[in-house]
Ligand binder design. Structure first.
Ligand SMILES: [Zn+2]
Length: 590
């Protein structure tokens, strides 16, 4: 029996009058602190600290109400009462948030001497990192009227191209033959078929999917070219040192660290190539796999009951560390996991950390597969991260930056996988785990870094010159070849794969956070394998830091240097270990 969550620690129900009272309270507080407007620079450090504390307190109220609304909606998207609460708290959040916008703007405009006085005052220690991050964009900020014009123009410029691409491609209809029958399918219907058990179906789907993008090359090329050019103008106007600067600010990293990471990923493309060669062998395809078989399912599904899933994760957690075991157990004992599959429930899985004073909750739909068990471990990891961070942090420092946000979740998955690989006697089950882990790591680390290489070259070349669809496909093929070598025989249509990846249009260099995040954690996990139990207190210190430090300092605080090749290589050493186990099973079978 799967479980449903108990949200009464937040509010008694959707009609609890406390929701409105809390919203009113937050609204009143937002009005009250407006009296400091225009005066922040003249406050003493202790006054400024208490001001930020009040600002944070408003945040606590807003996050509590806001999360409750969105959790109810996730629980049952079709419930009108829940929808009404969600809409109300969202609208109130925006309205109250608008009353607070002046604060960050005013902090950003502080004279450098005033700002650095606050930044370095011990009375403001708790807000040091928050203030530091707030000012990261400052050196690249243009004058206010220019920023306003740029914002307005973006609506009919870059943002308009993104919107056009989304609507245009969402409307694609694909003619494809499935089991001898001609069908017309939508985007949503096509994508799951990349993993269809039937090889002919997969091939037909891949061909039709990418050919559609080739057939619409004029419109698609315009979208991508305008994004390359728009960003090129931004780099010029703001005097960014590189096309990637904006992404480094967002991720709280820097160029050198990211280049080192990408370098190491490139050096380890052997992982990708050896994996696909072995998969080809397993599928009886010689030494290179067909391009449409990249995601071909090759294992049987092992089924778990919810109880078995709980036992598998909890025994791995308890064996790893008793304190982590006890904290994980709380999630079950206090009904903080909604795992039931229900009609109207939001799809996907997430953990909501809410605020440091409140318990985290997990939303997932447990389907009984080994993937489902891994998801449970993953989301429980997020919850552990929140619980550890809550010990030391306040709301403004609670959530870690994107690139280290997966630390506890991916680490927890590895704890589970290692334990299962050690104890499992059934070879098919082992193979499933290894395939899932390796394909996930290749997809998240190697492939996303390959995307970044592609994106980087397009930004450099496309800033001044219009690139043809074919030129962009050629750039794509070059980096694909580098990553996959001769381990995959790609279909000619797959050269247009880039044209189907919306991330390139949405946010500059969005994908490196995936590679960075996962490789960062696997590096930590490999350290744990090498050091054993003495590593565990270090891990806990990292988790307790929440969002209070830059990733580089976070790692340094436990003696790790993410500026070095060795750090990033450690993650791959772990993956090469999994690959060796996979290849051993493949050899045995062929
Ligand atoms: Zn996650």
């Amino acid at each position: 029996m799967t479980t449903t969550w108990d949200l009464t620690f937040l509010y008694k129900g959707y009609d609890d009058p406390q929701i409105d009272l809390d919203l009113e309270k937050a609204d009143q507080m937002a009005e009250d602190i407006a009296k400091y407007r225009g005066k922040l620079s003249s406050l003493s450090s202790s006054e400024f600290a208490s001001f930020l504390k009040q600002h944070e307190e408003i945040g606590n109220f807003l996050v509590q109400c806001g999360s409750y609304g969105s959790l109810l909606f996730s629980q049952e998207t079709t419930n009108d009462n829940f929808k009404a609460v969600f809409a109300k708290v969202q609208q109130k959040n925006v309205a109250i948030g608008n009353k607070l916008i002046w604060i960050n703007l005013e902090i950003n405009k502080m004279e450098p001497e005033v700002f650095s006085k606050f930044l370095n005052d011990p009375q403001l220690k708790n807000y040091h990192h928050y203030l530091e991050v707030l000012r990261l964009r400052e050196p690249y900020q243009l004058t206010e009227p220019v920023e306003q014009v740029l914002n307005q123009k973006a609506l009919i410029g870059s943002s308009a191209w993104v919107k056009f691409y989304e609507e245009f491609t969402a409307d694609f209809k694909f003619e494809v033959e499935i089991d001898g029958e001609k069908k017309t399918l939508s985007q949503g219907e096509m994508r799951p078929l990349f993993r269809d058990p039937n090889s002919t179906t997969r091939e037909n789907v891949f061909k039709a999917y990418y050919q559609k993008h080739v057939d619409n090359s004029i419109a698609i090329s315009h979208c991508f070219n305008n994004i390359w050019k728009d960003h090129g103008q931004n780099v010029d106007l703001r005097k960014y040192p590189s096309t990637m600067t904006i992404a480094h600010i967002r991720n709280q990293t820097d160029e050198k660290i990211v280049e080192k990471m990408m370098d190491v990923v490139k050096k380890n493309y052997t992982l990708v190539q050896e994996y696909y060669k072995a998969k080809a062998k397993l599928m009886g395809q010689g030494t290179a796999i067909k391009g449409s078989d990249l995601y071909a399912p090759i294992t049987k599904v092992t089924k778990y009951s919810w109880k078995e899933a709980e036992e598998a994760v909890m025994s791995a957690f308890n064996e790893f560390d008793p304190e982590i075991g006890t904290m994980g157990q709380r999630l079950f004992d206090e009904n903080l996991i909604d795992s039931e599959i229900r009609k109207g429930k939001r799809t996907g899985a997430f953990c909501a950390g809410i605020t440091p004073a409140l318990k985290p909750v997990i939303h997932m739909s447990f389907d009984g597969t080994s993937d489902g068990v891994a998801t449970l471990a993953h989301e429980m990891g997020h919850a552990l991260h929140d619980m550890f961070a809550a010990r030391k942090q306040t709301l403004f420092n609670y959530h870690p930056p994107l690139v280290v946000a997966e630390t506890a979740s991916v680490f927890s998955e590895q704890i589970l996988i290692s334990k299962l690989l050690k104890t499992m006697t059934d070879e098919e089950g082992k193979l499933t785990l290894l395939v899932n882990q390796l394909e996930d790591a290749i997809g998240t680390i190697s492939r996303q870094t390959m995307y970044i290489y592609f994106e980087k070259e397009c930004h450099l070349k496309g800033a001044t010159k219009t690139l043809s669809f074919q030129e962009m496909s050629d750039i794509w093929d070059k980096y694909v070849k580098e990553a996959y070598g001769d381990s995959v025989n790609f279909l000619p249509e797959q050269s247009a794969n880039w044209a189907s990846i919306p991330h390139f249009l949405f946010i500059r260099y969005y994908c490196y956070a995936y590679s960075f995040g996962m490789l960062f954690v696997l590096g930590l996990y490999q350290k744990y394998l090498e050091e054993g139990n003495p590593f565990i207190p270090k891990l806990k210190r990292i988790l307790e830091a929440g969002g209070s430090q830059f990733p580089v300092d976070l790692a340094a605080s436990v003696g790790l240097d993410i500026r070095t090749e060795e750090f990033w290589q450690a993650g791959f050493d772990y993956l090469h270990g999994l690959l060796a186990e996979f290849k051993e099973i493949v050899e045995k079978r062929s």
